[in-house]
Design a protein around this ligand. Structure first.
Ligand code: NCD
Length: 306
């Protein structure tokens, strides 16, 4: 399927061929992530962020500016007329008439799809609810591909909040296009939801569930860590029970493969020790830096075509 004018709502909308095209384009864009192109001269990207964001919004903005386009939008509910009671639908209608592409983040599941149904311009989901954050998953998979030159035949551990972290669902959906072994590690109450397990079974993915990182650490090529999503817990008491229950530090990485890479979508709270940052395993800052070329590739493919 061609990328031109395509919405980006869920990882499930993209197959291996789409992803390889995106990754090759992103690798090309790495040459220009600190300079200026004029590929999207005259185009405008609107950002509608109804939830906090640092990396996703700013890397989308940097990507658009590097491509020669321009950006407008808001970064919080307070900064928009939603604070006066305007509906999501009306807000999207306005942005649709002011821009060529809309990037949206929202706390409600399905908000991006709803926006895409209203808008005539392409809509990109920058995270909605607890299930979807497809461009983060693309970035995560791209980082793995750049580090290893492939994704197939890798053993990937995902540690943390496997229940409420939308990056986890989107990443697993995207990885179903590749032949990987997944090791899913979390406290009991943060295990993946039934739907995600059903999805992995349906796609014939190789995975196992664990309570303790040590059970799988020595076989991992990638360790992907995600914070406990405090704001998405229905019950604060439940959060208190699991907070601080896992932490990756230089000491905890004993017996790992030399080539292990540790990824994290960020922000981190306390699940990755800051002393890990200076070790060769830490790739999470490189991962967030790759957000610019990856999103440049995405915007170019959607607004300009293949
Ligand atoms: C993620 C998100 O918003 O879901 N952040 C991001 O985009 N890098 C992950 C998180 O908040 O933990």
């Amino acid at each position: 399927m061609t990328w031109l004018n395509r919405d980006v709502i869920s990882s499930l909308d993209f197959n291996r061929e789409d992803l390889m095209q995106l990754f090759n384009e992103a690798q090309e864009m790495e040459n220009y992530a600190k300079s200026k192109l004029n590929i999207l001269d005259g185009k405008i990207m609107a950002t509608a962020f109804f939830e906090p964001s640092t990396r996703t919004r700013l890397s989308f903005e940097a990507a658009m500016l590097r491509l020669g386009g321009r950006v407008l939008g808001f970064g919080s509910v307070e900064a928009s007329s939603v604070a006066k009671g305007e509906s999501l639908g009306d807000t999207i209608r306005m942005l649709d008439s002011y821009s060529d592409v809309i990037v949206i983040r929202h706390s409600l599941e399905g908000a991006a799809k709803y926006a895409a149904d209203i808008a005539t311009v392409p809509v990109i989901n920058a995270g909605d609810g607890t299930q979807n954050h497809p461009t983060q998953a693309m970035l995560d998979a791209y980082t793995i591909w750049r580090e290893y030159g492939r994704i197939d035949d890798l053993t990937i551990g995902i540690l943390g909040d496997l229940r409420y972290a939308r990056v986890v669902t989107s990443l697993i959906q995207l990885l179903s296009n590749f032949k990987v072994k997944l090791r899913l590690i979390s406290p009991e109450i943060l295990k993946p939801r039934r739907e995600l397990l059903d999805f992995m079974n349906m796609r014939g993915m190789s995975y196992s569930l664990h309570l303790n990182l040590n059970e799988v650490l020595s076989e991992l090529d990638v360790l992907y860590v995600v914070r406990i999503q405090r704001e998405r817990f229905p019950d604060p008491v439940e959060y208190e029970r699991v907070k601080g229950s896992f932490k990756v530090s230089p000491e905890s990485l004993i017996g790992v493969k030399d080539t292990l890479i540790v990824l994290h979508p960020l922000p981190r709270v306390d699940e990755v020790d800051h002393r890990l940052d200076s070790t060769r395993y830490a790739k999470y800052f490189k991962q967030s830096a790759l957000g610019v070329p990856l999103r440049m590739a995405l915007l170019k493919l959607i607004l300009k075509g293949d």
